[in-house]
Design a protein around this ligand. Structure first.
Ligand SMILES: Nc1nc2c(ncn2[C@@H]2O[C@H](COP(=O)(O)OP(=O)(O)O)[C@@H](O)[C@H]2O)c(=O)[nH]1
Ligand SMILES: [Mg+2]
Ligand SMILES: [Zn+2]
Length: 321
């Protein structure tokens, strides 16, 4: 554990309070405050877009993320810090790896989360889509699925596993970075909105951002053997503004993506197609109960079996976490 300054036998909570009070006092004495939008974050520093251009600021105990609307404060002595994060309209979170109780927000204030999947390299992973859809609904944004690398696809039946999402009414587009296929349709869907690109590494998120905004300068990587571990891939999120007001946020590839703050009884509420079917028991888990309307609907073909399987899988993962 890191040694604290001050009295060595000072309890942790009074130490935290003392440091917070010190920060508060410094903020109260700030010589100037002005608003900004966070466009990139490293471990201790953030870049913010402001009326005065790009401003670098130190994170001041507040974990701001890309997309956050913040108040920057210039402290006595001239240092600029992120003094305040405005309450988030929407967000996309994942758990801190290894500390599943702690929320880790990836991006804030997005209208649309574009889940990018690719075909062939890496192949389609509907499992990740199911997890994202739940997390997106939790955070309050709209999902859009973009199927990339269509140029690699010889057998279009690989796309059949996406039919259930289409049936659910989720916006789905497909294309390729080569030739910019599908990009006009994508821009048509997201015009004027703030969008985050998420998905496994190597699916082409940064390539799409670069294609939509050529001066974004996002590094792209090669997909190495063992899929999903792109070399030279993006390590931090970054925000890019198009001239028509559309905002693109590139995010690093996510290797593991868990679901936070959900227990297995809540997961069903994120499968909207289950809601129309009623069950004999109020607390039905739709896994084994007699008189379960969901199971009956799966058997009757009214609910897609892959979605039901996804539900069972997520449920068992959550109950064992
Ligand atoms: N064949 C093909 N390759 C692509 C396409 N889009 C991106 N790539 C390649 O996939 C690799 C990973 O792309 P990158 O944008 O870094 O993926 P990210 O990790 O999701 O940001 C790079 O070698 C890209 O050139 C595409 O539409 N078709
Ligand atoms: Mg990338
Ligand atoms: Zn049921």
């Amino acid at each position: 554990m890191k040694r604290r300054s001050g009295s060595s036998d000072e309890p942790l909570d009074t130490w935290i309070e003392r440091v917070l009070r010190k920060d508060e006092r410094a903020l109260a004495r700030a010589t100037r405050k002005f608003p900004g939008t966070i466009v990139s974050v490293t471990s201790k520093r953030a870049m913010a877009e402001t009326d005065e251009g790009l401003v670098e600021a130190r994170l001041f105990g507040i974990p701001a993320v890309v997309g956050d609307e913040v108040i920057l404060a210039v402290l006595e002595g001239g240092e600029t810090v992120v003094g305040e994060v405005t309450p988030r309209r929407t967000k996309l979170s994942r758990p801190d790896v290894g500390r599943s109780q702690r929320e880790q927000v990836i991006v804030a204030n997005i209208d649309v989360v574009i889940v990018v999947v690719s075909v062939v390299t890496p192949p389609l992973h509907p499992r990740l889509i199911d997890r994202y859809l739940v997390a997106i609904q939790q955070g309050g944004a709209e999902p859009l699925i973009f199927v990339n690398k269509l140029d690699l696809l010889e057998d279009h039946s690989e796309l059949d596993i996406l039919d259930p999402y289409r049936t659910l009414g989720i916006n789905m587009l497909q294309g390729s970075t080569f030739g910019g296929i599908g990009h006009d349709e994508l821009l048509g869907e997201i015009r004027g909105k703030t969008c985050a690109f998420v998905g496994h590494s190597g699916v082409g998120k940064s390539s799409i951002v670069n294609a939509l905004k050529p001066d974004a300068g996002q590094k792209t990587g090669s997909v190495s053997e063992g899929y999903g571990r792109g070399m030279h891939t993006t390590t931090a999120s970054s925000l890019h503004r198009l001239s028509d007001g559309t905002v693109l946020i590139d995010t690093p590839g996510i290797r593991s993506f868990g679901l936070r703050d959900l227990d297995e009884t809540q997961i069903a509420s994120y499968f909207p197609e289950f809601l129309e079917h009623s069950c004999k028991f109020n607390d039905c888990t739709h896994s084994h109960e007699p008189g379960c309307g969901v199971i009956a609907a799966v058997e009757a073909g009214e609910i897609e079996r892959v979605r039901y399987d996804a539900y069972l899988r997520l449920r068992s993962e959550l109950s064992s976490e």
